[in-house]
Write a protein that binds this ligand. Structure first.
Ligand code: AGP
Length: 608
């Protein structure tokens, strides 16, 4: 939930750290701070609010030096404030620490430290770390850090610098992501690769329990007890321009418009000539997959919505009973899982704590785990038996868009693959469905070209205080997704319902001032959806329909209609979600909000 960076080398440390934090700000932006060591002295500069406030402070402070650490915060313990901002220091202000994660036993640690004479400045859990290090600093920084982390329970990735040894950064990882970037006479540390991409593509990914000792010329990685580990240096496939906004005002808009190209890439990489679906990274044999009798999908937020849609395809094409659960519920409900159960975890970041815990719960019951992920070096990817990469490129906007439609594409291909393995769909059927999928990027482009129609809708409705989204069948999850997009970036109360459920109570919410967005493409449930729309209209609800081109009937029932081109009904969610993404985006822009960094949110929820 926070972003941490570290740098040691020959560049101006504060500029490298600030640029790194700018690229990590999507992980949390309640406050930011950096610490450097210059001429043997530790300097700390930190500010509440986004990075701009810190930049102003840095200009005044004129920090120098060739070593430093930085942090951008999503508050867990202690309100967003300057005193709670990281870095945190020891009693003598000689040791500085930045931390991503949660220290579950910090109260006990803090009481013991206070009893031994340490004094604390903040309300954070993090501040116990520099004081724990201080207690053993006389034994050397590396040993002191090792002893400190041994006392911590919870999740953490940390960077530590000290006046006593100003030629190295000590870093440690347990539960929250951390990578080390290799440069020439300089090295980098960050929560994820986006912060170091402009400098290097060569990275070492730390695993849980590993400790890094990073100097200008050398990187050593050890076990918690000090044994050196030979780590593989990996090359990042993403490019620096992938994390630039280009001509777009916000990353979210850029990522919405990247979707057709990404779907084309996913299809081209996973569907060979003759329409054979190759999902080789799955690392699960056809023999094993053919024996799978039950699938449990567990995910959070938008990824959970993708899972809800995936269920329709897995049951329809592969005839496999599929359950879908939010990770935060799955992990605690002592789920039943037998050997023929396959877990499908879906996560864009690959670092969501609840989804990771769900995977560990499944593995504790000896079931295999297949993850659909965007970040292939992520913790979830590493802890799964196999992965299906969605290849959407770095998704910076906190509101997930391109990852969602790429997840749907991967789920669709996986369902077809299982159907072929189980002989529940013929090769001809699979070929026809693939042809329908191959048409989707063109249809998506046609929809995105009509952005102006959505802008007009946003101008008409942006001051409404409540929205309801309705959908049926395979488009019901998109009612949830549309509601989530709108609420998380415009802060407008919005709810998604299965349209058939609406009359069982929620219809009482209908009034003239509550727009009801109805997903009503021509499909097998269209007639039922029309009945639900009639029910809303009879109560003077304002209806905005997403409908199939040429549908005059829906036009007569709706205040406004956004038409989408005809497409195979099973894959319509990949198209119907686009106007919902654009509507949420333009309403939020109209309201003047920071679309990429909405309040209270962070891109990757690495804490419970
Ligand atoms: C989606 O717009 C949200 N930002 C959020 O719900 C997100 O989908 C959820 O936190 C899951 O993230 P993940 O896909 O990285 O696991």
């Amino acid at each position: 939930m926070c972003g941490i960076v570290g740098y040691i080398g020959n560049k101006f440390v504060d500029s490298v750290l600030v640029v790194g934090l700018e690229r990590l700000e999507y992980r949390g932006y309640d406050s930011a701070g950096i610490a450097t060591i210059s001429s043997g002295e530790l300097f700390v500069c930190k500010k509440k609010g986004k990075l701009k406030a810190l930049n102003d402070c840095l200009k005044e402070a004129g920090l120098g030096g060739n070593i430093g650490i930085g942090h951008t915060r999503w508050a867990t313990h202690g309100e967003p404030s300057e005193i709670n901002a990281h870095p945190h220091t020891d009693c003598k202000n000689e040791i500085a620490v930045v931390h991503n994660g949660i220290i579950e036993n910090y109260q006990t640690l803090k009481e013991d430290l206070v009893a031994r004479g340490h004094f604390f400045k903040s309300e954070t859990d993090t501040e116990v770390i520099p004081h724990l290090i201080e207690e053993n600093i006389s034994e050397g920084l590396e040993t002191a850090v090792r002893k400190a982390v041994a006392k911590i329970k919870g999740s953490f990735s940390i960077c530590v610098i000290s006046e006593s040894e100003p030629d190295k950064i000590i870093t440690a990882k347990f539960g929250s992501p951390l990578v080390i970037g290799l440069g020439k006479n300089e090295n980098f540390i960050a929560s994820d690769v986006t912060a170091i991409l402009p400098h290097t593509k060569q990275v070492i990914v730390l695993n849980d329990g590993e400790i890094g000792i990073v100097s200008e010329e050398k990187i050593t990685v050890t076990t918690p007890w000090g044994d050196t580990i030979n780590k593989e240096v990996e090359t990042v496939s993403w490019k620096a321009e992938d994390i630039e906004k280009g001509n777009y005002q916000f990353f979210m808009q850029k990522e919405i418009f990247e979707q057709p190209k990404i779907i084309e890439t996913v299809i081209s990489k996973k569907v060979t000539a003759g329409n054979i679906i190759t999902l080789e990274e799955m690392n699960l044999s056809n023999n094993y997959l053919a024996k799978v009798k039950r699938i449990i999908i567990q995910a959070c937020g938008t990824s959970w919505h993708a899972g809800l849609i995936g269920k329709y395809w897995l049951e329809k094409y592969a005839h496999i009973h599929t359950e879908v659960d939010v990770s935060s519920e799955y992990r605690y409900r002592n789920p039943i899982a037998e050997g023929d159960t396959l877990m499908l975890a879906i996560s864009q970041s690959g670092e969501t704590a609840d989804t990771l815990a769900g995977i560990r719960e499944g593995k504790s019951k000896f079931i295999k785990v297949l993850s659909i992920v965007n970040v292939v070096k992520s913790t979830i990817a590493r802890e799964s038996d196999g992965i299906i990469p969605i290849m959407a490129g770095p998704e910076i906007g906190v509101a997930s868009t391109k990852a969602f439609t790429a997840q749907l594409t991967a789920l669709y291909l996986f369902a077809l693959q299982l159907g072929k393995l189980n002989y529940t769909i013929s090769d001809t059927e699979a070929k026809n469905k693939l042809e329908g999928l191959i048409e989707i990027p063109k249809i998506m482009n046609a929809v995105l070209k009509r952005q102006d129609e959505i802008i007009k809708l946003s101008e008409k409705y942006y001051q409404k205080k409540n929205f309801i989204f309705l959908g049926r069948g395979i488009n019901y999850p998109n009612a949830l997704e549309g509601a989530l997009k709108l609420k998380e970036i415009s802060y407008i109360h919005s709810t998604g319902y299965p349209a058939g459920e609406f009359k069982h109570g929620p219809i009482a919410l209908i009034c003239e001032d509550t727009p009801v967005i109805c997903l009503a493409p021509k499909d097998e449930l269209y007639i039922k959806m029309i009945s639900n729309i009639e029910e809303v209209k009879a109560r003077k609800g304002k209806i905005i329909s997403i409908a199939t081109q040429g549908d005059t009937r829906i036009q007569s029932l709706s205040e406004d209609v956004f038409f989408i081109p005809e497409c195979h009904e099973d894959i319509s969610p990949i198209v119907t979600v686009l106007p919902l993404q654009l509507l949420a985006y333009h309403i939020a822009v109209k309201l003047g909000f920071d679309v990429d960094k909405p309040r209270n949110l962070a891109k990757s929820v690495t804490v419970e």
